[in-house]
Design a protein around this ligand. Structure first.
Ligand SMILES: Nc1ncnc2c1ncn2[C@@H]1O[C@H](COP(=O)(O)OP(=O)(O)OP(=O)(O)O)[C@@H](O)[C@H]1O
Ligand SMILES: [Mg+2]
Length: 511
């Protein structure tokens, strides 16, 4: 039995062919993972399956209905979580749940949801004041209400921390019944590897369809196989770093967070954040959703006022001289914060001029950055219309267009495809080698390995600070303790970064 049957489907937007004569069946009662490069057509496919987009050509049947002519019959059977889920930002967490429950005519029984999402303590908080990952979890909870027959999730785990990601997976698996079909688009290949079926699409066509295990036995190999299918990754010299036109700073400690604190009412979003970053260092601020990472970033670039403490960028106090401090840094926000109605090129030109790049150099620099970030085909598209992964590329491009000596990157790789992720890190590590200082956060634990040092941050405070290996050894001592000073203490193979993260967070919860 198939939930979806698609034959020869084509969908174009102007000159862009999003779906190209695509045929696919999606089996009932199974979880199918949808993987593909940024702009490959994943979102278009999901939206066409449920009748939000009308195809140019081809046939689709969804749960036995024609999604174009029988949309009203189909809609009540479906749970769809788009990339930007429509939470009511002015309503609280619990009010959002009540509203969606009423829309779906289901009882107000949210205890299990709140427990799974760890949102129970924040029920009365406005949805607009949740962290990025907390919003994702609430969006998924609203989508799951009413036990839909067919769940379509468009990158639900973007920005979700490693512990919550496991919980989300569990939540979906436990809350659906065996008849439910799930179509789950994701850039996390370990996630896709655990599903019943994997569908890889590229340029609007299916290039693989089958059991993930048939492609590779372990998630790591699976990632390599998927990369191969997508054309392979070849590491090249980072042109961004090569052409980075700046004078390496003389100061050694380029970034200092000095007892930063941010309080909202009685709640500490950041309780106490102190660290120093050296010139050319990659410093990772890692932690669960809601830990206070983005709030710290915002205070450190002068976008939020600390309730206590301060930060210095190249020795300049951000609270005393915000403009001067800011001129030394490039900031990529977690939430897309460019001009949506401007095109890709216009955004870059705007930032180039705002950051004082001389007129005669501007077009060369813009052209160069468009090419390096693979934005050429999209340069005249409005930035709000871009697929998520391309929005991220544009945000990264804007953050470094003026060659700043310090870069703040708040989840730069959330929502980008696996190839672009490698590209981004190639740029980041190459820039650091040139002396650029980088503060970064990520929920991809394999990326944490690229950091020179990491601060593990939780409930607004540092719970561990050190190199990746130092943190792993600390976790190992907890995993593998032994009485008194026996030599076995902390011996054995070092845990993975993900295990390290989970172990240290759980340990801090005990305290
Ligand atoms: N305006 C606000 N009013 C009340 N609480 C807020 C406000 N802004 C942020 N918070 C809270 O501060 C905490 C930290 O949020 P922050 O966005 O810094 O987390 P984060 O570590 O970046 O999480 P994520 O990994 O999900 O991005 C969260 O509990 C959030 O709900
Ligand atoms: Mg954040």
């Amino acid at each position: 039995m198939n939930t979806v049957e698609i034959k020869n489907l084509t969908k174009t937007f102007g000159k862009i062919t999003a779906l190209d004569n695509l045929s696919l069946n999606i089996e009932k009662g199974k979880i199918t993972g949808l993987i593909g490069a940024d702009g490959a057509g994943k979102t278009t496919l999901l939206r066409t399956i449920i009748g939000l987009l009308i195809p140019d050509k081809g046939e689709i049947s969804t749960l036995g209905f024609n999604p174009v002519t029988q949309k009203d019959k189909l809609t009540p059977l479906i749970g769809y979580m788009p990339q930007k889920f429509g939470l009511y930002e002015d309503l609280t967490v619990i009010e959002n749940l009540r509203l969606y429950a009423d829309l779906k005519a289901v009882p107000h029984d949210f205890d299990k949801m709140l427990e799974f999402t760890t949102l129970a303590p924040f029920q009365e908080r406005l949805a607009g004041a949740l962290s990025g990952g907390m919003k994702q979890k609430l969006g998924l909870a609203c989508t799951l209400l009413g036990n839909p027959e067919f769940l379509l999730l468009d990158e639900p785990s973007v920005g979700v921390d490693p512990i919550s990601r496991r919980d989300l997976m569990k939540m979906v698996r436990e809350m659906i019944n065996p008849e439910t079909t799930v179509l789950w688009s994701t850039a996390y290949l370990d996630e896709a590897h655990s599903f019943d079926t994997a569908v890889v699409i590229d340029k609007g066509k299916v290039i693989y369809e089958g059991k993930p295990h048939a492609l590779a036995a372990t998630p790591q190999e699976f990632e390599e196989k998927v990369i191969e299918l997508m054309g392979g990754y070849k590491k090249e010299e980072s042109l961004i770093a090569k052409n980075y036109n700046y004078k390496a700073p003389e100061i050694e400690l380029t970034v200092e967070a000095d007892h930063l604190e941010k309080k909202y009412g009685n709640f500490y979003a950041v309780k106490n954040n102190s660290f120093c970053i050296k010139k050319g260092e990659i410093f990772g601020l890692l932690g669960p959703n809601g830990a206070g990472k983005s709030t710290s970033f915002k205070m450190m670039c002068g976008l939020a006022k600390p309730t206590n403490g301060t930060a210095r960028i190249m020795g300049i106090d951000i609270t005393k001289d915000p403009e001067k401090a800011r001129s030394n840094l490039g900031y990529m926000a977690q939430k897309f914060s460019l001009y949506g109605s401007l095109t890709v090129r216009e955004n870059l030109e705007f930032f180039a001029s705002a950051y004082g790049i001389k007129f005669k150099n501007r077009s060369t620099r813009v052209e160069e950055i468009i090419n390096v970030f693979g934005l050429k085909d999209y340069e005249n598209q409005k930035s709000e219309e871009l697929p998520l992964g391309l929005k991220q590329r544009l945000s990264m491009a804007c953050a470094l267009i003026h060659n700043p000596p310090v870069l703040f990157l708040d989840e730069p790789t959330s929502g980008v495809d696996v190839l672009t992720r490698r590209d981004f890190w190639n740029h980041i590590t190459s820039l650091a080698k040139k002396g650029v200082t980088i503060l970064v956060t990520t929920h991809f634990m394999d990326e944490a390995e690229y950091c020179d040092r990491i601060s593990l941050f939780y409930h607004g405070e540092t719970i561990a600070l050190g190199t990746p290996d130092e943190l792993k050894r600390k976790a190992l001592r907890l995993i593998n303790p032994s009485p008194q000073s026996s030599p076995a203490n902390g011996e054995g193979e070092l845990p993975t970064m993900e295990e390290t993260f989970i172990t240290l967070i759980k340990e801090s919860e005990k305290e």
